[in-house]
Design a binder for this molecule. Structure first.
Ligand SMILES: [Ca+2]
Length: 334
């Protein structure tokens, strides 16, 4: 549910067109906001919290523009990947791995997630904590809750953001994030913050904005809660010949569970079965002999066999381009 900050850069180059006209909000914003404020009072948020967070909000037009543009995103995987994972970017990840090696070792030990994946998510989400977004979160969430496209989801996030302030996690005035309300170095939505954010440095605050320890531990905690297993990695790129492709079409089924991207891959079957159907490592060698289960993910240009850990990355952001980019960056940082 996070929207990559860098996405908007690419989007500028993509013409809109061929899309249905967007559905307009059914009420003027100020009328909608009055009802929201009334609901916040009914839910028991204090007068001062509601005043600090919701009073006088105005919709942000660039939030709406970005949200509508995202639905039109069509770029090839290579273009998406190369826009993010450059050589200096990988180098920076390795530098940070050295700089924070003690901290990363402690986090790895506690949450049992290999550090390269924490660095990769941190890198892709916010350029290793450098670009966390400066949009006021309440204004962004209110705009998207008012807009009909995903209003129910964002209304829930808006109330979770109110809960964050009412519990004293952060002051409303300093609560900034991306245009879609994703916050801090891990780009957590408010609901994820409430569930997964960690106070790793022990100062009593779960500060995913300013504390590197809190931010990296929060990412680790998120993956751990989604069943990450550090005995395994994420998967590997593979070569699929046309003959193998024909057998795969006959002998495999699509996945039926999970978020959108999860349903856009095959069901997981043992590596040995993939080997049998003619799938090979990208360098042409046989797959490892193993009954570990993997699913096949195809992009427009490249194919990948992915293990269960890959699901945890999709839980972070349910898009194959995103998850594959994180995974391949992690391999490069290693
Ligand atoms: Ca802390």
């Amino acid at each position: 549910m996070r929207a990559g900050l860098l996405l908007s850069v690419l989007l500028l180059a993509i013409p809109a067109g061929g899309q249905e006209p967007p559905v307009e909000p059914s009420q003027p914003f100020d009328v909608w906001l009055r009802e929201l404020v009334a609901e916040a009072h009914d839910r028991g948020y204090s007068e001062s919290i509601v005043n600090d967070t919701l009073a006088g909000l105005e919709p942000l037009s660039r939030v709406i523009t970005n949200d509508r543009a995202q639905a039109e995103l069509v770029v090839g995987f290579e273009r998406y990947y190369r826009a993010r994972v450059t050589r200096p970017f990988v180098r920076r990840g390795r530098e940070l791995a050295r700089q924070h090696r003690t901290l990363l070792a402690r986090i790895e030990n506690k949450y049992e997630v290999q550090r390269r994946f924490l660095l990769a998510i941190w890198g892709i989400e916010t350029r290793y904590g450098r670009v966390t977004g400066n949009v006021p979160v309440f204004q962004a969430l209110a705009t998207l809750a008012w807009e009909p496209r995903r209003s129910l989801f964002f209304r829930g996030e808006l109330f979770d953001a109110l809960t964050m302030v009412s519990r004293g996690h952060i002051e409303a005035s300093t609560m900034t994030g991306s245009w879609a309300g994703a916050m801090g170095q891990p780009q957590f939505m408010p609901s994820s913050y409430l569930k997964y954010a960690e106070d790793f440095d022990g100062d009593g605050r779960r500060d995913i904005w300013r504390s590197t320890g809190d931010a990296l531990a929060s990412i680790a905690n998120y993956l751990e809660e989604w069943n990450w297993d550090d005995e395994f990695t994420w998967g590997r790129e593979v070569r699929v010949t046309p003959a193998a492709r024909a057998r795969i079409a006959q002998e495999t089924t699509r996945r039926a569970d999970g978020c959108y991207a999860m349903r856009n891959m095959t069901a997981r079957i043992p590596l040995d079965d993939w080997q049998q159907m003619g799938v090979r490592r990208i360098d042409g060698r046989p797959l490892p002999t193993s009954d570990v289960k993997a699913g096949l993910v195809d992009t427009d240009t490249r194919s990948f066999l992915v293990y269960e850990n890959y699901d945890a990355i999709l839980r972070y952001n349910c898009a194959h381009y995103y998850a594959l980019t994180v995974a391949l960056l992690a391999d490069q940082i290693r």
